[in-house]
Design a binder for this molecule. Structure first.
Ligand code: PAF
Length: 290
């Protein structure tokens, strides 16, 4: 078993990566560094990101940092699972070179006055409407991680579809040099998308939560008849589960994340968010409309 090296300061991480880059340059090589940003509580979905990272580069850096900036007042920052030892055991034998696990003060030494990244208008829609400031906090930490690690590629999961869209937008808008790689959502056999928050669900809630993917699947099947039919099919499946409190169900254009109108035909993405008990769950699927 080989557990990754755990580094908690920015200086030590940059020293370690600088050495690796230098050694490789000496022999005319080009070490490719791939970053997998996480908040820990790792599950099979994260392992899919790590495996893709390994296929794309020589040095895989997994960051584990529960980013306080992306949690609003009253959200689950305090109870968010912090499981570093278990995470390191999960990463053993995955050929991860380094785990970067900084403290909040390492990342935000001047927490009140630091520079922040602001998402464009889509950052205030959907998840951003329910969680004001969430995406600004997420983009700020991702921008910092890209600055600290300077990876060739960073890998994100499609489960957080709006996050992926906003990270891709930030990289394009700010001319950042990291390529963004997106890995398909990993699901339980029931179809429930893997999430670190699934551990908050009891058995009845887990069963109810499966209605989200059932709804999305129904929409995929109804998509040939257009947006209204796809939305109606998904609504019907989700409404059948009283434990699921739907927040939004929307069909967006994949390039803009703006809702499509009913006349639209072509590729799209359906996004869903709901509460099951006190747990907020999100999911999304591609749709071929019409
Ligand atoms: O998806 C996550 O776990 C987080 O939003 C991320 C990208 C690690 C930033 O904190």
């Amino acid at each position: 078993m080989s557990t990754p090296e755990v580094i908690s300061t920015i200086t030590a991480l940059q020293h370690r990566l600088g050495q690796a880059r230098g050694r490789s340059a000496l022999v005319g090589g080009d070490t490719r560094i791939v970053l997998v940003p996480t908040m820990g509580a790792l599950h099979a979905g994260h392992l899919a990101l790590v495996r893709r990272a390994r296929a794309l580069g020589d040095i895989v850096v997994v960051s584990i940092f529960v980013n306080p900036l992306q949690f609003g007042a009253g959200e689950d920052l305090e109870r968010y699972p912090r499981t570093l030892d278990a995470d390191l055991a999960t990463l053993a034998d995955e050929n991860v070179s380094v785990v970067f696990a900084p403290t909040a003060s390492e990342m935000y030494p001047d927490s009140a006055n630091g520079t922040r990244v602001t998402a464009g208008p889509i950052g205030s829609a959907y998840e951003g409407a329910a969680r004001p400031g969430h995406f600004d906090g997420m983009l700020t930490v991702v921008a910092k991680l890209l600055g600290i690690v300077a990876p060739d590629t960073a890998v994100f999961g499609q489960k957080d579809g709006q996050q992926v869209f906003l990270v891709q937008s930030m990289v394009a808008d700010l001319n950042l040099r990291t390529a963004i790689e997106v890995v398909e959502t990993v699901r339980e056999p029931s179809g429930l998308a893997l999430s670190s928050r699934n551990r908050y669900l009891d058995d009845a809630q887990n069963t109810a939560a499966q209605a989200l993917f059932a709804g999305l699947r129904a929409a995929v099947q109804a998509a040939l008849a257009g947006p209204a039919a796809a939305l109606a099919a998904a609504h019907a499946r989700i409404a059948a589960q009283p434990l699921v409190k739907l927040d939004y169900l929307v069909i967006v254009h994949p390039q803009t994340f703006v809702p499509v109108d009913d006349a639209y035909r072509g590729p799209a993405r359906m996004l869903v968010a709901a509460r099951v008990g006190t747990t907020r769950l999100i999911d999304n699927v591609p749709l071929a409309l019409g």
